[in-house]
Design a binder for this molecule. Structure first.
Ligand code: DGY
Length: 322
């Protein structure tokens, strides 16, 4: 008998076919995530769960799945899963690290350029019919080339961004709970600084940390107050690392130049959210890893994890291992 699994969204075809050939799979085909009731109901009798970052897999859900052996998250981040509870129950948890590094770093760089040079604002203005002539004082932004980039979280994606920044002759400083080896700092041309120093000296600040208790609202009013008036804040990690209300105030009062977020808290932002009224704010719908190739690779790894867990093997990509 094939093992029963629940898959919480349609995946690229090849990945789905691999699941279907080995498993008795129920697949949620909605565009929106399954509701809590749906999840609770569908997880009851399965041995495997392939879920997304939009599915909250907490203690209640886990206790509702007595046969569950493996949770495979289609994301590198796994803050949506209660890892401690899963481990207590002997359930393996997998994620998809590595394959989305360069794609996400590309996107963070794109957000930096877009914000610094007011690309989205410019586009909106042309479409609204405001473009009348070339002007020496219109849409002035800030140079990316040669400026200082502060990276919070020097993991895989942070270091991929640092490599890109070197090509733009940027000075790169970073803050992380763990300092990189000197050799790595030299190779990347990066300097370790305190968070305070990073905040007060960077022209661009890009967040690449995991969401934990410690990083929730890591960027709040106090931290925004330390930033330079020309500073642009970028977030492609998790929305809750930034306090949105404090960010709104800082942008509205022009205490910083701009912000570009691919992740928000909540997701999506409600349409009446004050941030959406600001010209110096760019937002995208959590798509930093959304290239065709990368999403295919993420799905492939998520299926590798799922199938390994069902067979009782060690997962190739266990969450929390690196
Ligand atoms: C992740 O993988 O954690 C990203 O947020 C989505 O690709």
């Amino acid at each position: 008998m094939k093992p029963k699994v629940y898959v919480t969204r349609l995946l690229p075809e090849e990945a789905l076919n691999r699941i279907l050939s080995y498993c008795d799979a129920r697949i949620w085909k909605g565009d929106l995530p399954p509701s809590r009731t749906e999840l609770l109901e569908n997880i009851k009798d399965v041995e495997g769960l392939l879920c997304l970052l939009t599915d909250k897999i907490d203690a209640e859900l886990i206790s509702n799945a007595p046969k569950l052996k493996v949770i495979s998250n289609l994301a590198v981040g796994f803050d949506n899963i209660d890892l401690v509870e899963a481990r207590k129950r002997g359930i393996q948890v997998g994620n998809t690290p590595g394959v989305l590094t360069e794609t996400t770093a590309d996107f963070a760089f794109a957000l930096m350029m877009a914000s610094a040079r007011r690309l989205v604002e410019g586009d909106r203005s042309v479409r609204a019919g405001y473009w009348k002539t070339w002007g020496p004082l219109i849409f002035l932004g800030h140079d990316v080339f040669g400026s200082t980039l502060g990276i919070i979280g020097m993991g895989r994606i942070g270091s991929a961004l640092a490599r890109r920044a070197k090509g733009f002759n940027m000075k790169v400083v970073y803050y992380d709970l763990y300092r990189q080896e000197e050799k790595m700092e030299k190779e990347l041309g990066i300097e370790y600084v305190t968070l305070e120093r990073l905040l007060s000296t960077s022209d661009f600040i890009s967040i690449h940390a995991n969401l934990t208790k410690e990083t929730t609202h890591l960027i709040s009013k106090k931290e925004l107050d330390m930033m330079k008036p020309n500073c642009v804040l970028l977030n492609t990690a998790r929305g809750a690392i930034v306090d949105n209300i404090a960010l709104y105030e800082a942008l509205e009062e022009k205490k910083i130049f701009g912000a570009a977020l691919d992740v928000t808290d909540p997701e999506p932002l409600p349409m009446d959210h004050p941030l959406l009224t600001l010209e110096n704010f760019v937002v995208t719908p959590h798509i930093a890893s959304a290239s065709i190739k990368t999403r295919e690779k993420m799905a492939e790894i998520a299926v590798d994890n799922l199938l390994a867990g069902l067979k009782g093997e060690k997962l190739p990509y266990p969450a929390g291992s690196s």
